[in-house]
Write a new protein. Structure first.
Length: 321
């Protein structure tokens, strides 16, 4: 008689939990979505190398008939390196809990851990931007002179977009839009801006209608910036005259950051059933669920020529509430 063992079910469960985790992981991304995804070659060490090609100017010179070498140019590239590491967290579940609870505890734990994994990925990506991107403080102030009155408004976005366009920063879509990721407190102030002609209110007065945004947290677009809301926004250290918090959102252009592809190098969800712990679990009473992001990393790409520093802005604004 053929016997189906618990080992088989364990493999099936791991496959299911990995799929649940991967689906939930990708739905929750904010910052990571806008990084260039790089394939991690196997057996290539702990540092990934790839080229970032430098743009060249066009020409207005003509090519004379019979000329073989006119128009020749050299294409150069900077070598970028991305150092990766492994990240993970786990939780311990007792057999009593799994046996007596009305819900599927392990599957729910998988969903919680997948959310934590997506948070880990986005935090790493966010810190990479805020540690490197060009600084813009509201109204051209400094962190030492900004006041409660220097709130997030439409003119701030217009100025950042001007600077990025002037430095040939590539947009993300055919409409020429960059991406702005801000705290809910910052977007609250932006949407309350009622300045004549330039404000959110004026721009949306005659155009607002049901829109199928790409992301659930996307608010819409203003002055060439698609605005997305995130809670993974740092508070900024500013002058003591700011009585409430100041937040450090970011406006991103294409090719500002690279990251290991989580499609080709996916999350691992590891479930250990009661009895798998050997002498560490003498009563076969402990179950663990863990996620592991093997060999993940991010890399800031705004290096080299000074213009590349404008590929992303870290944008500090105080908030009103």
């Amino acid at each position: 008689m053929t016997t189906t063992s618990s080992t088989g079910f364990s493999t099936m469960s791991s496959t299911l939990f990995n799929k649940v985790a991967q689906d939930r992981l990708t739905k929750n991304f904010v910052f990571y979505r806008f990084a260039d995804k790089k394939r991690l070659p196997k057996n290539s060490g702990q540092v990934m190398q790839f080229n970032r090609y430098i743009n060249v100017d066009g020409t207005t010179a003509t090519i004379a008939e019979g000329t073989l070498t006119a128009g020749e140019l050299n294409i150069s590239a900077d070598t970028a390196t991305l150092t990766f590491a492994t990240y993970g967290q786990f939780t311990t579940i007792t057999q009593t809990l799994t046996d007596t609870n009305r819900t599927t505890v392990i599957e729910e734990a998988t969903e919680v851990l997948a959310d934590a994994a997506s948070d880990t990925v986005d935090l790493l990506s966010m810190y990479n931007y805020t540690g490197n991107a060009t600084l813009r403080v509201a109204n051209g102030k400094t962190t030492g002179t900004v006041t409660n009155a220097d709130l997030m408004d439409a003119d701030e976005l217009r100025l950042i977009v001007r600077n990025m366009q002037a430095n040939n920063v590539r947009a993300f879509d055919e409409g020429g839009n960059y991406v702005g990721i801000y705290s809910p407190y910052q977007t609250y102030d932006l949407q309350g801006d009622s300045s004549a002609n330039t404000s959110w209110t004026e721009a949306h007065k005659y155009t607002d209608k049901p829109v199928n945004n790409m992301f659930a947290t996307e608010l819409g677009a203003l002055w060439g910036v698609r605005l997305i809301r995130s809670n993974n926004i740092l508070t900024a250290s500013v002058t003591s005259s700011v009585t409430l918090s100041a937040y450090q959102g970011v406006v991103i252009g294409r090719h500002a950051q690279a990251a290991v592809s989580l499609t080709e190098n996916p999350i691992e969800m590891i479930v250990k059933l009661p009895g798998s712990g050997g002498t560490y679990d003498p009563y076969n009473n402990i179950c663990t669920a863990a996620y592991k992001l093997p060999y993940f990393g991010v890399r800031w790409l705004g290096f080299g020529a000074a213009a590349n520093g404008h590929r992303a802005y870290r944008h500090i604004t105080p908030v009103s509430a």
